[in-house]
Design a protein around this ligand. Sequence first.
Ligand code: PYC
Length: 311
Amino acid sequence: MIRVIDSHTEGEPTRVIVEGGPDLGEGTVAERALRLEQEHSAFCQSVLLEPRGHDAMVGALLVEPSRPDCVAGVVYFNPVGNLGMCGHATIGLAVTLGFMGRIKEGQHRIETPVGVVEITLHADNSVSVVNVESYRLHRDVQVDVEGYGVVTGDVAWGGNWFFLTDDRPCALKLSELTRLTAFSLSVRKALEKAGITGRDGAWIDHVELLSSAHSEDADARNFVLCPGGAYDRSPCGTGCSAKMACLAEDGKLDAGVEWVQESVIDSCYRLSYQPGERGGVIPTVTGRAFVTAEASLLFHDADPYARGITA
Ligand code: PYC
């Protein structure tokens, strides 16, 4: 039996595993994250995939932090593998920890596989996340995408690797999900084929399409393809962090000035940044999360889909 608490952050779901997860042994959260990915992929798929979940869901396995200044350690994963950081899931985790009575309103630190992030839990279900240092690796990269032609974009890190582009096949709206997803999948495939990667050969697993905002209250809009084939319902915390790094380097946004990023479902994050120590930016991402369920996942020996439905 696995005990979970589900939430959504600006529409994007998170499933926090609070009890019954695999024993990942000793070490830093990064070391234990590696063990989860290498030795427990069946567990990750069984808790996230249909029939218990769906492929847009992100899992957050609570673990003991290795650092005394952190209230919790967490490993984020989706049905494809681990995520380094996850902005929406960190907001969901903060609200969940509040719901569990493990933290109160105010500032706390969380250990993730890619570094420590700071969260501030506010009274109105909103959370501000001070993310890891984010930076642009390559500007104006051109890639030939089968069926679409040359697409130009930036490669940037916001806790995960992103290809960010203003090129898009249609408007960024919910009724165009099929075309947006097909285009983004083709871009990712073309990047792989062309050998375009993040630092140290890392897979660019997220594609972020950008446009002007639909609402007067927002600065820009995005559609983000996550590592499988699912899109982010929220404006994607790590994707927004990568975007902050690009805006800062292009001189389009000063430190401390607010930027509002809108998602393809019209939900928003409020963003700003401070200069980082290594030439990048330290983004702050603010959004709201709401707990939607508290449940025990049950697994029956005779259930042919106990491990989830996979291709
Ligand atoms: O919010 O960083 C994020 C995120 C990554 C994948 C899904 N959401």
